[in-house]
Design a protein around this ligand. Structure first.
Ligand code: ATP
Length: 239
């Protein structure tokens, strides 16, 4: 699904060069839930932004579904993101004066989907994330965990090939964090979606099928997680 080859991103700060990405290589397969995990400043957001086509690499290749996205023009990148990519943010970014279902339906209206179809679709995904009872609740009448479920439903309703999540549970308590990560695992499995999550937290990264550990702009370890074992481990650990 995504091939990253020999990827570099160098920022110039005054006279010095910051190597935010320093030769990154990996492949992510369709249907995988991957975590990019590393400390603050290690290059996680830079890597995510590059894979999502939000920033251009200094060197290297990013091939998504056969397309070299580092070679696309800005207009083509916008079209690529609209068609293939979904985002889940830490801060949810919901419209406060709209209810849960309307928030999920909104991006579909930008795509020109007729009202009846977008409402049906929005409701389907609201149900999938377990919010049927709250479907008419305004965004600001919901808990953080419920708002993040709406954020997940909103990303999924666009049928993206790839979903990027940047610290998606950053504002949530430990119980809700587990619920949201469990939901993300379940959805990736059921819908055969590809999900890439960025986090600084090793515990959170364990919910992914594979973890890419990054430090100083380099991937130094790729770890596979067998979730039958993880559940035990996770139960024993503090969040
Ligand atoms: N626009 C920029 N200009 C200059 N340096 C940048 C820029 N963006 C990022 N950097 C530098 O690149 C490195 C990687 O930053 P990045 O934001 O990717 O790290 P991160 O792992 O996502 O950190 P955090 O967890 O704190 O968000 C850091 O040293 C940062 O200071």
């Amino acid at each position: 699904m995504i091939e990253v080859k020999n990827l570099y991103k160098v920022y110039k700060v005054g006279d010095t060069k910051v190597y935010a990405l320093n030769g990154v290589d990996f492949t992510i397969y369709k249907g995988e839930f991957c975590a990019i995990v590393g400390p603050s400043g290690s290059g996680k957001s830079t890597l995510l932004n590059m894979m999502a086509g939000l920033e251009k690499p200094s060197k290297g290749e990013i091939v998504i579904g056969g397309n070299h996205i580092e070679k696309l023009s800005e207009n083509k990148l916008v079209a690529f993101r609209r068609k293939h990519v979904g985002f889940i943010f830490q801060s949810y970014n919901l419209i406060k004066t709209m209810n849960a279902t309307e928030n999920v339906a909104l991006p579909l209206s930008f795509r020109g989907v007729p009202k009846k179809i977008r409402n049906e679709k929005a409701l389907k995904y609201i149900k999938l994330v377990g919010l049927e009872k709250q479907k008419k609740h305004m965004a600001n009448e919901m808990s953080g965990g419920q708002q993040q479920r709406v954020g997940i439903a909103r990303a999924l309703a666009m049928d993206p090939k790839i979903i990027f999540a940047d610290e998606p549970t950053g504002n949530l308590d430990s119980k809700t964090t587990k619920e949201i990560l469990g939901l993300m695992q379940k959805i990736v499995r059921e819908q055969n979606q590809t999900l890439i999550m960025v986090t600084h937290d090793n515990y959170i990264a364990k919910f992914a099928d594979r973890q890419f550990h990054i430090v100083d702009g380099k991937i130094f370890k790729i770890e596979e997680q067998h979730h039958e074992d993880t559940e035990e481990e996770i139960r024993d650990e503090e969040v």
